[in-house]
Design a protein around this ligand. Structure first.
Ligand code: COA
Length: 149
């Protein structure tokens, strides 16, 4: 494990050329079902709506975040959401997640959003502690219902 610290972390927007590493990280986070070609298709479909941010240390991608911004019919401000956040296990507790969220917040602010909203698992105590440490707080109840078989 490297001794690199948060100050060595660089966050940049992913491009289509990053689809392989993004697919790898999404699979590590969400399960092994994401093909790189499918990730490339999704990146193209999401252009202008949702972007991936990559955290790099010495050229190694150590984590990613996805942030979406969409215009709102009933609000002058667009709605911004942090839709994914993942840091490779070996790189946790070194400020990488914080840097990714900071970059997502900067993007949301640039896009004139008022808030950055996120969902995290009810049982994901570590992520909840992380978000609270960064100033996030409970604000709504998330509900869902399956609408397709
Ligand atoms: C949540 C996650 C992104 C945090 O990334 P990270 O790079 O380890 O976070 P940071 O090092 O930037 O932590 C910033 C602060 O958050 C808090 N924090 C981070 N991880 C924590 C944990 N496991 N328990 C309690 N507090 C934690 C601490 O206050 C920390 O500051 P400190 O290390 O100086 O004490 C990472 O643990 C992860 O990828 N988890 C698995 C994926 C996941 O659950 N994602 C969120 C889904 S919505």
């Amino acid at each position: 494990m490297s001794s690199s610290s948060a100050s060595d972390v660089r966050v940049r927007e992913a491009t289509l050329a990053d689809s392989d590493v993004l697919a790898e990280l999404i699979a590590l986070f969400n399960g092994p079902s994401v093909r790189p070609e499918r990730t490339l298709e999704r990146m193209t479909a999401c252009a202008g709506l949702e972007r991936a941010l990559l955290a790099e240390v010495d050229g190694l991608v150590v984590g990613f975040a996805c942030v979406g911004v969409v215009p709102a019919l009933a609000d002058d401000h667009p709605h911004a959401s942090l839709t994914e956040l993942y840091v490779r296990p070996d790189w946790r507790r070194r400020g990488v997640g914080r840097q990714l969220v900071k970059s997502a917040e900067a993007y949301a602010e640039t896009a004139a959003a008022e808030h950055l909203v996120l969902l995290t698992g009810l049982g994901n105590d570590e992520a909840q502690a992380f978000y609270r440490a960064l100033g996030y707080d409970g604000w709504a109840v998330a509900m869902r219902k399956r609408v397709s078989p």
